[in-house]
Design a protein around this ligand. Structure first.
Ligand code: NAD
Ligand code: IPM
Ligand code: MN
Length: 358
């Protein structure tokens, strides 16, 4: 088989712990399918600040540009929380997304039947929940001008939210296209009753909608959406929304599945190249304990196979292995009802690798 280059960025906190398990899964697919992966590792985030004086060193970015896909753990932690903006791990994350043109962030939230009791929500509410949040990733308030100034009432801080039609169009088209391949329902989430960017967003959705007559569009205000996600999660199919709303709603959607440790993501641009990472962060509160759930990162490998490499069958094998291990009752602490029976990160990774069969 063709050699595929995967850039591996472990990052901070639990990042290296969960990425190690995802790497085992990659390796197992080499044995099962004869794939060949060439892994290259790069420094990124807090560890890069410590060792190289910047969260996103040039050689790490170059490594990503050379690769077919990027596998990322997570970055950040209390050690760097009071750093100036350019020396923050999160600035590196925004920088890599922007530099690689990854404007579309796909975050599936699928409730595994056997995990319905792991969620804080009632099982009957979760029944049949299978949704995707499509989050715009390189615009909005994350990337608008930010500054401080003095005012009559003390220091003042400004974050600007900007969207142009091109940015909205490409993510909205993505939303419609994904919905067309699924249950053909698109919820466009905005705050058009208050925000000008949201009014342009809604106008753009309405202008594009006739190109996808088979897709049913619903406009939902973001505050209402946050509520409906808990009230009727199974009624959502594809949610398309701007950067910050998508950030918040996807963490909320994670709790439908039982834990943020279950949510995978793909960040895509115009081509097939993609960056794959769990939705969760570096979890400083549990880092170094070997108890983090590696499933979000492992499922991100399945997304990489499906969306970038076209290795559909292997993606199925990974997803089936995760399901079988969960069905057999194995749980990390975050999804365990009986916490005393919880297993650790490497044990979960090993069980999933062992369950990977063609
Ligand atoms: P977080 O997602 O790291 O953690 C939130 C809670 O979920 C914590 O209690 C944590 O223990 C738990 N959790 C997260 N992942 C888990 C897993 N795999 N298994 C079990 N439990 C898990 O969010 P936070 O605490 O708000 O942020 C911590 C740091 O991570 C911050 O510096 C933040 O900026 C950064 N962050 C980075 C990314 C990223 O790299 N993509 C994403 C989110 C947050
Ligand atoms: C995420 C994270 C990042 C974001 C932070 C760490 C910059 O929360 O990937 O969801 O807000 O995009
Ligand atoms: Mn987030």
């Amino acid at each position: 088989a063709e050699v595929k280059k995967i850039a591996v960025i472990a990052g901070d906190g639990i990042g290296p712990e969960v990425v190690a398990e995802a790497e085992k899964v990659l390796k197992r697919t080499e044995e099962l399918f004869g794939y060949q992966f060439e892994l290259e590792r790069g420094l990124f985030g807090g560890i890069a600040i410590d060792e190289r004086g910047t969260p996103l060193p040039d050689d790490t970015l170059e490594m990503c540009r050379r690769a077919d896909a990027v596998l990322l753990g997570a970055v950040g932690g209390p050690k760097w929380d009071n750093n100036p903006k350019e020396l923050r791990p999160e600035t590196g994350l925004l920088g890599i997304r922007k530099a690689l043109g990854l404007f579309s962030n796909i975050r599936p939230a699928v409730v595994f039947d056997c995990l319905k009791d792991a969620s804080t929500l009632k099982p009957e509410v979760l029944e049949g929940t299978d949704l995707i949040v499509i989050r715009e990733l390189t615009g909005g308030i994350y990337f608008g001008d930010k500054f401080r100034r003095d005012s009559e009432n003390g220091r003042e801080a400004v974050d600007t939210c900007v969207y142009n039609e091109t940015e909205i169009e490409r993510i909205v088209h993505q939303g419609f296209e994904v919905a067309q391949k699924r249950r053909k329902k698109l919820a466009s989430v905005d705050k058009a009753n208050v925000l000008e960017t949201s009014r342009l967003w809604r106008e753009t959705v309405n202008r594009i909608a006739p190109e996808y007559p088979d897709v049913e569009v619903e406009h939902v205000l973001v505050d209402n959406c946050a509520m409906q996600l808990l009230r009727r999660p199974s009624s959502f199919d594809v949610i398309v929304t701007e950067n910050m709303f998508g950030d918040i709603l996807s963490d909320e959607a994670a709790m439908l599945t039982g834990s943020i440790g279950m949510l995978s993501s793909a960040s895509l641009g115009e081509g097939s190249f993609g960056l794959y990472e769990p939705v969760h962060g570096s979890a400083p509160d549990i880092a170094g304990q070997g108890i983090a759930n590696p499933i979000a990162t492992i499922l991100s490998v399945a997304l990489m196979f499906r969306l970038t490499l076209g290795y559909e069958e292997a993606a199925d094998v990974i997803e089936r292995a995760v399901k079988n291990v969960l069905d057999a009752g194995h749980r990390t602490g975050d999804i365990a009802v009986d916490k005393s029976k919880a297993i650790g990160t490497t044990a979960m990774g090993d069980l999933i690798v062992a369950a990977m069969l063609r």
